[in-house]
Design a protein around this ligand. Structure first.
Ligand code: FES
Length: 79
């Protein structure tokens, strides 16, 4: 299994809708960041699927090093 690589060293601000499922790219290789495009299959990783609890703007991790998957926790500042 490969390591995650940063897609960018900053979060992705995105609007999510309550009740909608999203697949956050965990490997950093998707070309449709911050969401999964299936690129993980080549490196033996899996996306993190989550359901939005309310409709709002969230900050999804772009560096793939967060300790609060799939959300930014500020870790990118130390990379
Ligand atoms: S973008 Fe990964 S912790 Fe902020």
């Amino acid at each position: 299994m490969s390591e995650a690589i940063p897609a960018q060293k900053a979060p992705y601000p995105v609007d999510v809708e309550a009740g909608q499922k999203y697949a956050w790219c965990a490997c950093g290789r998707s070309s449709t960041q911050p969401y999964c495009d299936g690129a993980h299959k080549a490196v033996g990783m899996r996306p993190t699927v989550f359901t939005a609890d309310e409709s709002k703007k969230v900050f999804l991790c772009g560096c793939k090093a967060t300790g609060n998957v799939p959300f930014c926790d500020g870790k990118h500042k130390s990379l």
